[in-house]
Design a protein around this ligand. Structure first.
Ligand code: ZN
Ligand code: ZN
Ligand code: ZN
Length: 534
């Protein structure tokens, strides 16, 4: 009888809603898994390595759709599904209904809170169609658990925080953190206070020089190499006079310096302190997205010492933030996961100079080529829009000319297949077939929303990138864009590592299971069992 009671109690304990006091979701914009290996010797023990050595590392985690951009990335991590379901099909995309560009977090119904540019505040998660893990936490706690998203980028704060968030804050080029009336009537007093302190100036005044002795950076190419772009019209080498850049531009320059990440952690600490995150037993969620890594990666490329320096500094920033969480929330009381919204390509010119036959592509030229083809073949420009690998055909014009849309589609497809940079072109019918077999077609299908995407989707050959000859970008379904870190650390997370292929869409359902919440509504519920077993 006694034993039975014990068993009953145990099983009740196992089913009870045990949860951490705080979940901290960290997204590092454009972080390749490879950086954790390449810069490992230069990292401290208390930053990335603390998460890896004392937590669980998924070495082989990937995005499973195209396009691998920031907004779809953040949306997919937090909804546990892909653009075909959550509807965030790009950072901005051609809206078929209005024939205008739509930004992922555009919302005309709301206005700016704080001191920024009006347009910076017309933002909300309105276009996100699925629930996030943060939404499910709100529902599960009858809205008593707090959810806040913060980032330098608006979309990096808004999409992770979901529909029911208490707040999302993002950085304005005025140097202040702003928000929108979607979240409240005015900024919280503590945020107004933080902005009034003009904390960004202390970083601008510091300037940007190397954190460590120059020889530390032997994992990168030498400074001022031909693959680096200009940083605010300045030749790309150390040290950077941020004050001069700030005076010639605005406080937005902080984004393209490692200090964007530092300022974000300063703001994160203020958020935790003033919103009492992790103070009681009702779980709160802070979603933090570091954007400066992406800005710097785009301009200077993955092999610049600027990028390496940014990661060495971020390592210290994360170490400092973890120590802060130990003190304020308590070791073992918080759960952290760290991932990226996509990875990034090598600089194409660098590959070419080393004899790999690839090229960088100009989207305007591609657009022009398609236009000219349709004019010559069908007597009229039938390209309505070309963006994010999507080709939108002008169906009205085609109809007026009594052209069969299928003929136009296959004409464009066959023409593009003659181009050197094209791997394949898929029609909407191919993409929407019930079970595509080709792995790239599967990735394209997961990124395809028939109500929002084009009639044809292009896939470039591996290594070909639609970008300038310097710096880099991302967007493809190739492994250099899909392979990202997935680290779990803290509350009830076992130590360990896995080399089995996993998908970033598994993060949200895993958290739902771990916290005993309803799964986000669009996820296929595939979990990472490794971190569920205590
Ligand atoms: Zn990004
Ligand atoms: Zn440089
Ligand atoms: Zn980017």
């Amino acid at each position: 009888m006694k034993r039975l009671l014990v068993i009953c109690l145990l099983s009740v304990v196992g089913l009870a809603q045990e949860r951490p006091k705080l979940v901290v979701g960290i997204v590092v914009d454009q972080m390749k898994m490879e950086y954790l290996y390449r810069f490992s010797n230069d990292f401290s023990e208390n930053g990335f390595k603390r998460l890896m050595n004392q937590g669980y590392t998924f070495h082989n985690a990937h995005y499973n759709y195209m396009p691998t951009y920031t907004a779809p990335g953040h949306a997919s991590v937090y909804t546990g599904t892909t653009p075909s379901v959550h509807g965030i099909v790009g950072n901005e995309w051609f809206n078929k209904a209005t024939s205008k560009e739509l930004y992922c977090t555009d919302d005309e119904a709301v206005t700016l809170l704080g001191n920024g540019v009006e347009s910076e505040g017309k933002m909300s998660p309105k276009n996100l169609q699925a629930t996030t893990i943060t939404d499910e936490l709100k529902l599960a706690t009858n809205f008593t658990g707090k959810v806040i998203g913060i980032s330098i980028k608006d979309r990096g704060a808004i999409l992770p925080a979901g529909h029911f968030a208490d707040w999302a804050f993002w950085y304005s080029k005025t140097g202040e953190f702003v928000s929108s009336t979607y979240y409240g009537k005015e900024l919280p007093k503590w945020a107004i206070q933080f902005n009034a302190e003009k904390n960004y100036l202390k970083y601008i005044d510091k300037g940007w020089d190397l954190l460590k002795p120059k020889e530390t950076y032997n994992e990168s190419l030498t400074d001022n190499n031909p693959y680096e772009g200009k940083l605010f019209k300045k030749t790309p080498f150390f040290p950077y006079n941020l004050k001069e850049m700030y005076e010639a531009n605005d406080a937005g320059v902080l984004r393209t310096s490692p200090y964007g990440n530092n300022l974000l952690v300063d703001f994160a600490k203020k958020t935790i302190e003033n919103e009492n995150l992790g103070k009681d037993n009702i779980t709160d969620f802070l979603a933090v997205s570091f954007s400066s890594t992406d800005y710097i990666g785009h301009v200077l490329g993955p092999r610049s010492i600027e990028l390496q320096d940014t990661y060495l500094r971020l390592d210290e920033t994360i170490a400092d933030f973890l120590t802060y969480l130990d003190k304020t929330v308590g070791k073992g009381n918080y759960l952290v996961f760290l991932t990226a919204d996509h990875a990034g390509a090598e600089n194409v010119t660098y590959l070419k100079d080393n004899k790999y036959n690839v090229s960088n592509l100009n989207s305007k030229n591609i657009e022009q080529t398609i236009k000219e083809y349709t004019e010559q073949t069908f007597g009229e420009n039938l390209l309505l829009n070309y963006s994010n690998y999507n080709i939108f055909i002008d169906k009205t014009k085609a109809k007026q000319k009594a052209l069969d849309i299928q003929v136009v589609k296959s004409g464009i497809k066959n023409f593009l297949l003659t181009q050197d940079y094209i791997k394949n072109v898929y029609t909407e019918e191919q993409i929407q077939q019930s079970s595509p077999t080709d792995m790239y077609l599967q990735a394209i299908a997961r990124g395809y929303d028939p109500k929002q995407n084009g009639e044809l989707i292009m896939l470039y050959k591996p290594g070909y990138v639609e970008y300038s000859s310097t710096g880099t970008t991302h967007g493809s379904p190739y492994s250099y864009d899909t392979h990202v870190p997935v680290l779990f650390y803290g509350w009830n997370i076992p130590k360990g590592e896995s080399f089995v292929k996993k998908y970033i869409t598994q993060i949200a359902p895993t958290l739902a299971q771990k916290l005993k919440l309803t799964m986000p509504n669009g996820t296929d519920c595939q979990v990472l069992e490794e971190v569920l077993i205590k």
